[in-house]
Design a protein around this ligand. Sequence first.
Ligand SMILES: [Zn+2]
Length: 115
Amino acid sequence: MTEKFEEEMRKSLLSLKQELLDNINSQNNSFHSLFSSADPKDDVDIASDEIDRKMLESMSSQDADKLTSIEAALSRLDAKRFGICLQCGKKISEGRLRAIPYAVFCIDCQNNNER
Ligand SMILES: [Zn+2]
């Protein structure tokens, strides 16, 4: 895998992650406005912890899974383990990674798992 491709994948993953977070944030707008209008004397740290917790709770499990997969793919990029199938250890094709940058299985294993 070339550095150029890794860089391309990193950018795709980061933008997917941003998209997902923006999506979650927009779903929680009413929630955030509730907190931002709170008394500024309130303990800000506790309030922001509370927001994080509520945000995670309000995420659909599908979004949460996707976010976890994206985070995992980014750490595999850092560990130089990106693009290697978790099941058979073979390289995942670049075409598949371009379509799904957070894929963890090669197409063969994916098909086997779905069967
Ligand atoms: Zn495989």
